[in-house]
Design a protein around this ligand. Structure first.
Ligand code: AMP
Length: 421
């Protein structure tokens, strides 16, 4: 049989890499908890209509990137391509609004999109993200953007990332803007790409997302969404900008930023890195005041962001950050079959007081076990040979400075206790 390999666009995260993930997860958990956010875990698959209805039928995600299948009972199911819809579904289903008027939630998990794989773009990838339900005030937007900023700074990434913000206004504002944009682009249709021609009919705002130079040029003279803001839209955006200044978070207004998904309203934002190549959006988010209602809940405002963890790790690596690999404190070398029992029971006791202990299950020679202990960068080797068995002692070798001493087995816990964990 041919060797079985992982599926294109998915990646194994091997032990050497895992410490980076754990460090990032720890940072995320700490900061989320400093802001009073609680973790939520939802299933990796949901009913397809949850995503088609919220993310939007003519987005790339729903139209071509979802892993969807028909279950045996005929129900259409989909591996989650994003998490906001799932979190909103769970929020409604479990009446989380009753438990607290403002629900602050965060998640860390795997997502699935059938995109063309490249560096920083995978078919199974991971995001952490936050969602706050219940407030439509700009201080809530500032809290969410402030959290993203804190996480970026603790990861040493804020100097190289730019916050792009925009307001895409309320539904009425977008409705008027859509008409104006169509009116402007229709006569120039011949110069647009096929994708943009299609979007002109289905979702003209998405044309603003274009990366094609010629289209960017055409858009320079297009009407600006800010001309269509209602008074409320304007005030919300102005207040948010003031709060960001107060938090000293630098930003640029990007009126071409619309974010692809249907559920966004008013504030949208992205943190763009200038160091990680073409897949440079590290964090994307926005306000979604109509989302909860659109899937059957009571009208509830909300705002959140999602961050790509693969891209974060690429960016953190580029800063030269040293990720700490856990190293064993003690490598226990047992040289005689009859003392295995003593070794395993002492090892367990040392672990119980907080140290990492490993031992060799291959019964190799002293020399190769010491080599292994050095390879793993253990701090100490505890050696239990014939002499030590006879004397009820252990040889304690400090692998950092090479010093060696003999300690009574009954005294070994006292010794490690005195070191402190
Ligand atoms: P989105 O849910 O598309 O707004 O994406 C939010 C963040 O997730 C992006 O800014 C990226 O950092 C990350 N991301 C999105 N799609 C992928 C992908 N296919 N592979 C890796 N990261 C992704």
């Amino acid at each position: 049989m041919n060797a079985i390999k992982n599926i294109k666009g998915t990646h194994d995260i091997l032990p050497d890499e895992v410490c980076k993930w754990q460090e990032l997860e720890k940072i995320v958990r700490n900061i989320c908890s400093q802001f009073g956010y609680h973790e939520i875990r939802t299933p990796v698959f949901e009913e397809t209509r949850l995503f088609s209805r919220t993310v939007g039928e003519d987005t790339d995600i729903v139209s071509k990137e979802m892993y969807t299948w028909e279950d045996r009972d005929g129900k259409s199911l989909t591996l989650r391509p994003e998490l906001t819809a799932s979190v909103a579904r769970s929020y409604i289903q479990h009446n989380l609004n009753v438990k607290a008027q403002v629900q602050r939630l965060y998640y860390i998990g795997a997502l699935f999109r059938r995109e063309r794989p490249q560096k920083g773009r995978q078919r199974q990838f991971h995001q952490f993200g936050v969602e706050a339900f219940g407030s439509n005030n700009p201080e809530q937007d500032a809290e969410i953007i402030g959290m993203a900023w804190r996480i970026l700074s603790v990861c040493d990434l804020n100097a190289e990332t730019t916050l792009h913000i925009n307001s895409i206004g309320s539904q009425e504002c977008r409705h008027k803007y859509r008409i104006a944009l169509k009116k402007y682009l229709n006569p120039l249709k011949g110069d647009l790409s096929d994708t943009s021609k299609k979007r002109l009919e289905t979702n003209p705002l998405r044309i603003l997302d274009t990366k094609i130079e010629k289209e960017i040029d055409i858009l320079k003279n297009a009407p600006n969404i800010s001309e269509f803001y209602s008074d409320n839209d304007k005030t919300h955006f102005e207040q948010l900008k003031k709060l960001l200044k107060c938090l000293r978070i630098p930003y640029t207004i990007n009126n071409r930023l619309v974010r692809g998904l249907d559920y966004y309203t008013n504030t949208v934002f992205e943190f763009i890195s200038d160091k990680v190549g073409s897949q440079n959006a590290l964090i994307g988010g926005g306000r979604y005041d109509n989302l909860v209602e659109s899937i059957g809940g009571k009208t509830t405002p909300g705002i959140g962001f999602a961050a790509g963890m693969e891209r974060f790790i690429i960016a953190m690596d580029k800063t030269g950050r040293i990720f700490k690999q856990p190293k064993p404190d003690v490598y226990f070398i047992c040289l005689n079959e009859i003392s295995i029992k003593t070794m395993i029971s002492i090892s367990m006791k040392i672990r119980e007081i907080g140290f990492t202990v490993i031992s060799d299950p291959l019964r190799r020679s002293l020399k190769s076990q010491l080599r292994d202990a050095n390879r793993l960068e253990a701090s100490f080797a505890l050696i239990l040979g014939e002499t030590e068995i006879e004397r009820g002692t252990l040889c304690l070798k400090n692998l950092k400075n090479g010093s060696q001493e003999e300690i009574l087995q009954s005294e070994i816990l006292k010794y490690f206790n005195s070191l402190g964990t």
